[in-house]
Unconditional design. Sequence first.
Length: 591
Amino acid sequence: MLILLLFAFISGLVTILAPCIWPLLPIIFSTTSTGGRTKAFGISLGIVASFAFFTLTISYLVAFFNFDPDILRLLAVIVLTFLGLTLVIPKLTGIIEFGFSRLSSLIKFTPKPPSKGFIPGFVTGMSLGIVWSPCAGPILSTIAALSVTRTVNLGIVLVTLSYSAGVFIVLFLFSIGGNALFAGSRFLTAYTGIIQRIFGIIIILTAFSILINFDKVLQAKLLDAVPSYSDFIYRLESNDAINRALQNLKPDKDMPDRTGKASDPVTNMGDKSDGLSKLPVLYKAPELEGINNWLNTGGKQLTISSLKGKVVLVDFWTYTCINCIRTLPYVTKWYEKYRDDNFTVIGVHTPEFEFEKKTENVRMAIEQYNISYPVAQDNDYRTWTMFDNRYWPAKYLIDKDGYVRKYHFGEGKYEEMETAIRELIEEAGGNISGKKITSEGESVINARTPESYLGFDRMERFSSNEPITLGNGTYTTGIAIPEHHLAYLGNWNIDSEYGESVDNSSLEINFTAQKVFLVIGPKGANDRVRIYLDGKIIGEDSAGRDIDNGIVYVKEPKLYNLIDLGNKASNHLLRLEFLNRGIQVFAFTFG
């Protein structure tokens, strides 16, 4: 349990790096620009208190008081709009303060003005906490699942509090930083009125985006811009110790654990795959139990047994899950491409929050994300429990005979999953030779090359003539590098996490993106890397902010911006020539 509490606390600390919280930061910054540390403490505490309280109790409150949970979201919109108006229209603040003054004279109490102090900060924070949903990894997913099913126990409360404590610390430090910036800058102080009006407009726009549910779309786009965070949080929280601890939190510990390993294996199946697929037969697929409502089926109820003869992809998702939103374009494309080849998708919508149980909200999301495959509302977590799932998103691929053959949790591995889909379709007798597989980097959203690691442990899409090996080696390439692939050239020292230049060291990558970033670490004080784009030294019109006359001066280990092509993604060959020994390269990211 202690290890789980520690990792929950760490996950809370790193939340400040998550794009899901970035839309809140301007509001926190603006509301704490005045009011001192007391107000900063109030807004930080309000956010985490509201988030923790409603995450753990909203299901119980709705069941007991029988109210629409969307009311809370609307209330938050009203409070934020009012806050924004007080910043845009200073006279409104004066009217409120006059009212507070009259009230205090009647009750013989002298409170702080409503624009300052702990209380206004706490109220604002409570409003933000109602509408904020973090980028969920395995730990938060388990918290949400047990809360929505009203199976909260002491363990889940402690984990939630540990996570919230981590979030509180980083938000409080950020908010007092904003206050210190305003207090210590004469320039900003001179323009305080204008700056507060700008922030007021931002807050009003934020409230409007929440009202029309655009806040989730914005978070997904921000996560697109920083694809490494999702992978980071899953790697941080997905280890054996955490998985065991999360399993122990669940009330029914006797269920077979199918999460993250092939349990309940099927043996003596004979030559089940007819030699067409190398995918193992993992276990009999659980049934779709306790579905509250079916969408996109004309009212027809589906079961795994009734779909025998078809290849079925069961996709657990929820419409406010940012990671789920980012996978939907791939899932919808697979369905459209293979639906006539005995393949179907069942989108199991299992709500992370109480308001996600409303059919009209799910139906709006289906329309917004162009989902045409069947969607099952699993409001009571019955199917989630049958699959012993604990992730959003999670995909289970089932063959024509009703056996799970592959699963994947989180984002990524799109090419790998589509390859498995094609194998099972062919195993079932389908002919899809005329349909090409979507490349791993061929994003149906923006055709961007995926994050590419340069160390031995996580190297993918490597196209040098020689296989990559740990230690010193010489690499060559004599053919054109395929799109989204990379190659080392010359002498390199390959570590598990990075590649280190030795002699005549170069690196090439065939990318499709608008921007290219690379994590680089120097050895000396004047390390340099020369940048070529499509065979020519890069020009100013394509160079990122860290390039000076075609050269990157590597003075510190950080993320360097190499390429900036403006507003349109396009395909190019990037070549880096390392002019010094000992320069370490870790990972490319693209935007």
